[in-house]
Design a binder for this molecule. Structure first.
Ligand SMILES: N=c1c2ncn([C@@H]3O[C@H](COP(=O)(O)OP(=O)(O)OP(=O)(O)O)[C@@H](O)[C@H]3O)c2ncn1[C@@H]1O[C@H](COP(=O)(O)O)[C@@H](O)[C@H]1O
Length: 96
C-alpha cells in the first residue's frame, strides 16, 4: 500500500511540474476537458485489456493490466485534485 501512496505523490508532482519526458505530464498537458478525455480513454483501454487477460486466464497479464488500470485511475484522481487519503477513507467507510 505504501508504494501506491508514493506513486500517487509522484503523479501529483508530475502534474504540477510537467517535467520533460514524463508520461503523466504528457497525459495532462492539454486543457482540462481534453486531459480528462485522454486519461479516461486510457482507463477504458486498460480495463478492456484486463478483462481480456482475465478471460484468457493469464495470471501474469492480469497482474500487469491491473497495475496499468490502477495507475491510470490514480492519474485521473490526482488530476481531479482528489487526495490519496480521500480514496482510502472511502475504503475505510466500506469496511465491514
Ligand atoms: N506506474 C507507472 C506506469 N504504469 C504504466 N505506465 C505507462 O502507461 C502506459 C500504458 O499504456 P499502454 O499499455 O497503452 O502502452 P503504450 O502503448 O506504451 O502507451 P501509449 O504510448 O499508447 O500511451 C505506458 O506508456 C507505461 O509506461 C506508467 N507510467 C508511470 N508510472 C509511475 O508514474 C511515475 C511518473 O511517471 P512519469 O510521468 O513518466 O515520470 C513513475 O515514477 C512511475 O512510478
Amino acid at each position: 500500500m505504501e508504494v501506491l501512496r508514493e506513486v500517487y505523490e509522484i503523479i501529483k508532482q508530475r502534474i504540477e511540474e510537467k517535467p520533460e519526458g514524463s508520461y503523466v505530464a504528457k497525459l495532462t498537458t492539454d486543457d482540462k476537458k481534453k486531459a480528462v478525455n485522454k486519461i479516461c480513454e486510457k482507463i477504458g483501454e486498460e480495463a478492456t485489456e484486463l478483462v481480456l487477460a482475465a478471460k484468457d486466464n493469464n495470471k501474469d497479464e492480469v497482474i500487469y493490466e491491473s497495475a496499468d488500470l490502477i495507475f491510470h485511475t490514480m492519474v485521473l484522481l490526482a488530476y481531479l485534485g482528489i487526495e490519496f487519503d480521500e480514496l482510502m477513507e472511502e475504503f475505510e467507510r466500506r469496511k465491514k
